[in-house]
Design a protein around this ligand. Structure first.
Ligand code: NAP
Length: 349
C-alpha cells in the first residue's frame, strides 16, 4: 500500500518487474499482483491520488529494465515495484492547488489501477475531451510531442524535400510522415509487415512504403525509392538501417536521431560502418529527447487538435484491454506485434 494515503482499502492490481532483464524481454519478466490502496490523501499531503485509465507502452521502457550503473538520463526500474511510464488518469483526491478531484491528467504514473503521485512536474491537465482520451498517450502525449518537436524543430524541413522514416507506422513515425506530407515533402517509410506497409500507403498518405524484413539489400531498396537521395532521415531503429541510410543521404542532409529500437535488447550494440558519410556529405546528425521540448506542447495542441478534428491527420492505436495484458503488449513492441500506438486500457472513466 502506498504510504501517504488513508481511508478504506481497495484492491490495486499492479504490474511489477520481477528482476533486471537481459536480451529480449519476456512476459514472464513481469508479474501481475494484487496489492491494496487507500484512496484518500493523508492530511497535509501535496500529492494526488489517481485512477489510471490508459497506460502507454513505449520502447524506452526496455532500457529501464536493465540495471544501469551511475548517472543516466533513464533510471532503472526497481525489481519488485510496479513499472512506471506515461498514462492517462483521473484525479480522485488532491492536495495540490493545480489539480482537483475529477480532473483528467496525462504524464508519469505507475502500472497499477490506482497511484499516489507525489512528483507532479510533467503532469498535464487534459482540457480537450472531444477527442479519444487514449490520444493523450500518443498523438497528444509524449509520442506526439516527440514527433512534433523532432520534425519541426530538429529536421529543419522544407517543402519538396525527400524524407525517410523507419518504424514508420508506430506511435511516432505515423505522425512524422503525416506532418511531412502536410508540409509538401516526398515521404517514404519502412515497417515490418504488409499490413503496416498498407497503412502507410493507404491510410497515412505516404508516397511510398516498404517492408524492410523482405529486403535483402537495404542500400538497394533505398536507392529504388530515393534515386536522388534522402534529405531528411527520421531515425527510429538504428543498426543496419542507419548504415544503409548514410550511404543514401544527400549533401547537407539532416538525420534526427529519435530512437534506435533495434539496439535496445542487445548486450553489445552493433557498430555503424558508414559514419564517414557525415563528413563527405556534410550531414547534420542530431539526437534529441522530448523532455527538452515541453515548452512546445501548447503549440502541438494548437496545430494538431484542429488537424484531428478536420480529419487531416489519422492516428492508429493498438489497444490491449486490461492490466493483465500489459506485459504482452509491452513485450510485443520489440517484435513489431503492435500496429500503431500500443496502449493498455485499464479502466474507462
Ligand atoms: N527521443 C525521444 O524523446 C523519443 C520519444 C519517444 C520514442 N522514441 C523512440 O522512437 C522510436 C519509435 O517509438 P514508438 O513509440 O513510435 O514505437 P513504435 O514504433 O510504436 O513501436 C516500436 C516498433 O519498432 C519496430 N521494431 C522493433 N524492433 C525492431 C528492430 N529490431 N528493427 C527494426 N524495427 C524494430 C517495430 O515495428 P516494425 O514492425 O516496423 O518493425 C515496432 O512496432 C523508438 O526508437 C523509441 O525509443 C524516442
Amino acid at each position: 500500500m502506498a504510504s501517504g494515503v488513508v481511508g478504506e482499502e481497495v484492491r490495486n492490481k499492479q504490474v511489477i518487474l520481477k528482476d533486471y532483464v537481459t536480451g529480449f524481454p519476456k512476459e514472464s519478466d513481469m508479474q501481475v499482483i494484487n496489492g491494496t490502496m487507500k484512496l484518500k490523501l493523508q492530511e497535509g499531503s501535496h500529492g494526488i491520488v489517481v485512477k489510471n485509465l490508459y497506460l502507454s507502452c513505449d520502447p524506452y521502457m526496455r532500457i529501464r529494465m536493465t540495471r544501469v550503473e551511475g548517472p543516466n538520463v533513464l533510471t532503472s526500474y526497481t525489481p519488485g515495484s510496479p513499472l512506471t511510464g506515461f498514462g492517462v488518469a483521473k484525479v480522485l483526491d488532491s492536495g495540490h492547488p493545480n489539480f482537483k478531484k475529477g480532473d483528467l491528467i496525462w504524464g508519469t504514473t505507475s502500472w497499477e489501477e490506482y497511484s499516489l503521485i507525489t512528483e507532479l512536474e510533467g503532469l498535464f491537465k487534459i482540457e480537450h475531451t472531444d477527442v479519444p482520451l487514449s490520444y493523450y498517450t500518443g498523438i497528444l502525449g509524449m509520442p506526439g510531442l516527440t514527433a512534433y518537436a523532432g520534425f519541426y524543430e530538429v529536421c529543419s524541413p522544407k517543402k519538396g524535400e525527400y524524407l525517410f522514416i523507419s518504424a514508420a507506422s508506430g506511435a511516432v513515425g505515423q505522425l512524422v510522415g503525416q506532418f511531412a506530407k502536410l508540409m509538401g515533402c516526398y515521404v517514404v517509410g519502412c515497417a515490418g509487415s504488409k499490413e503496416k506497409v498498407d497503412l502507410l500507403r493507404n491510410k497515412f498518405g505516404f508516397d511510398e512504403a516498404f517492408n524492410y524484413k523482405e529486403e535483402t539489400d537495404l542500400d538497394g531498396a533505398l536507392k529504388r525509392y530515393f534515386p536522388e537521395g534522402i534529405d531528411i532521415y527520421f531515425e527510429n531503429v538504428g543498426g543496419k538501417m542507419l548504415d544503409a541510410v548514410l550511404l543514401n543521404m544527400r549533401d547537407h542532409g539532416r538525420i534526427a536521431v529519435c530512437g534506435m529500437v533495434s539496439q535496445y535488447n542487445l548486450a553489445q550494440p552493433e557498430g555503424v560502418q558508414n559514419l564517414m558519410c557525415l563528413i563527405f556529405k556534410r550531414i547534420h546528425m542530431d539526437g534529441f529527447a522530448f523532455f527538452d521540448y515541453y515548452n512546445v506542447y501548447p503549440k502541438l495542441l494548437d496545430v494538431v487538435l484542429p488537424y484531428i478534428r478536420e480529419g487531416k491527420i489519422k492516428y492508429v492505436e493498438d489497444i490491449a484491454e486490461g492490466l493483465e495484458n500489459g506485459p504482452a503488449a509491452l513485450v510485443g513492441l520489440y517484435s513489431g506485434r503492435n500496429v500503431g500506438k500500443q496502449v493498455v486500457l485499464i479502466a474507462r472513466e
